[in-house]
Design a protein around this ligand. Sequence first.
Ligand SMILES: NC(=O)c1ccc[n+]([C@@H]2O[C@H](COP(=O)([O-])OP(=O)(O)OC[C@H]3O[C@@H](n4cnc5c(N)ncnc54)[C@H](O)[C@@H]3O)[C@@H](O)[C@H]2O)c1
Ligand SMILES: [Zn+2]
Length: 364
Amino acid sequence: MVKREIKIKSANLTYRVVIEAGVLSGLGRAMRQLFPSTKTFLVSDTTVYKLYGEKVKQSLAGGGWQVSVALIKPGERAKSLKNAARLYDQAIREGLDRYSPLIALGGGVVGDLTGFVAATYLRGVPLVMIPTTLLAQVDSSVGGKVAVNHTCGKNLIGSIYPPRIVIIDPETLKTLPERQLKAGLAEVLKYGIIADSNFFAWLEVNLVELLKFNIALLSDAIMVSVMNKARVVEADEFEKDFRRILNFGHTIGHALEAATDYRYYLHGEAVLSGMLAAVKLSLKLNGISFEDAGRIEKLIRQIGLKKAPEDLTPEAVIDKLRQDKKRLAGEIFFVMPDKVGSVSLKALKDQQLLHDVVNYILNE
Ligand SMILES: NC(=O)c1ccc[n+]([C@@H]2O[C@H](COP(=O)([O-])OP(=O)(O)OC[C@H]3O[C@@H](n4cnc5c(N)ncnc54)[C@H](O)[C@@H]3O)[C@@H](O)[C@H]2O)c1
Ligand SMILES: [Zn+2]
C-alpha cells in the first residue's frame, strides 16, 4: 500500500497528514525529525493502549524518546476538565517543557482531550495526532478543533489548535468494532454529499467493500475525506461561515444525541439519521431532484440506520433543536443538498414540516 501525504494550511502553520499502512512502526524516527526534544507524553485510552500501546512505545524508544504514558477510560465521559487537570498534573510532575510533544493515540475522545491539554499546557505544546477510529481519521484529527465537555453540554470548553502532524495507520481499523466503522462511514459519506460528487459516485461502487473492512479501499476513502475536510477548513478555519457545511446532518443529529443523553446513538449513527432528515427537507425546500435524493438515501440505508428508541418523541428532539438555536441566538439553519456534491444553508421556518420530517426518521 502506498504512502499518502496531505498538507493542510492553518493560520500559523502548515501540517501534514500522513496515511500509510504500518506507519506506526516508524513513528519514533518521524518525530525525531520534527521535534528537538527527547521527552514526549503519550495519552491513550485503555482499549487502544492494549492494542497498540506497546508498538508505539517501542517505536518511540527506537527514535530515542523518553515516554510518559497517561491512560483514560474509553468513552465520552472521559473528555472532562477533571481528566485535563490530571494530565496537567502529570505533565508538570514529569517535567515536560514546551518543546515536548503530546501524542494522542486513540479515537476522537482521546484526540479532543489531548488536543485541549496541548493547547493550554504552558500556553501550547506541540500536538501529534494518531487517530485510530475511522471517525477520528476522517474528521476529528483534522481541522484543529479541541475540546472537553461540561456537565451542561458537549464540547463547551475548547479551542482551535491544529496538530503539528497527523499520522494515520489504516491497519488500526482492523480491530475497530463494526458499529464504530459504520459511524465513521457516515462522516465519509457526508463529504461525498456536501462537496465531492466524484467521491460520492466512487462510494456507490465501493461502499459494500468498505463495510467489509477492506483496508486498501478504506485508505483511499480516508485520503479523499481528509482532502475534502482540508479544503473546507483551509477556506474557513475559524468557522465564520463556509465551514458550517460540515454540519450537514448534524443539526438533527446533535438533537437526537442530546435527547437520548448521549447514551443511545454513536455520533455517526445520529448524523446518518440527521442526513436523511436533511435530504427529506431538501426535497421540499431546496429543489434536490428525486433521483439525487434517492441516490443519497440508498447509501445512507446501506450503511444502516439505527432504529430510534420507542419512547423518543418528535417533540423531545425538536426541543433540543430549539435549545441549540438559543445558544446560537438565531433561527434554525439546515445544510441541505441541492444535488449530489453541493449544499446550501437554509433557514427553516415551517414548523409542521420539521415535525413531519423528525417524525419520519424516528419511525424508520
Ligand atoms: N474535534 C473535532 O473536530 C471532532 C469532530 C468529530 C467528533 N469529535 C469528537 O470525537 C468524539 C468521538 O470520537 P470517536 O467516534 O473516535 O469515539 P471514541 O474516541 O470514543 O472511540 C470509540 C471507541 O472505539 C475504541 N477504539 C478506538 N480505536 C480503536 C481501534 N483501532 N480498535 C478497537 N477499538 C478502538 C475506543 O476505545 C472507544 O471505545 C466525540 O467526543 C466527538 O465530540 C470531534
Ligand atoms: Zn460529526
